[in-house]
Design a protein. Sequence first.
Length: 147
Amino acid sequence: MITNVYQRKDGRFEGRITVGRIGGKRQYKAFFGRTPDYVITKMTDYRERIVETAAVCKTFSEVLDEWFKSISIRVKDSTLANYVLKAEKHILPVFANDDITDIKQSNIYQFMAEAEMLTVTAWDVMPREAAAVPMLRKISEQRSRSL
């Protein structure tokens, strides 16, 4: 989400985020500031405000079902079955009934960090929770792009 921050010729920093599409073309919102950290803060605040004010009253499991339907065309059946299994076993017990607007990136990152920490401490044995991390990252990235 916040990777497009650069310094302009006039010395200011500019950051842009995609806010939607019109006629197939991406529409951007630009943020300006004297430092890259200031721009990133403004972009993060804007994104959180948009998420909080969105009139989306869906649970994580509903959004996950929609995501499965959207990717079912692009992935093999075995990949989709693998995603469903990992989601039902590891991700849904944590996030299933949470309202999608209540789940912040910090919650997702905390879940992923805990799962990855288990991977690091287990050496050769990869816990099942850690196996679900790549899929959760994909869902999080798609959610960020769609907002």
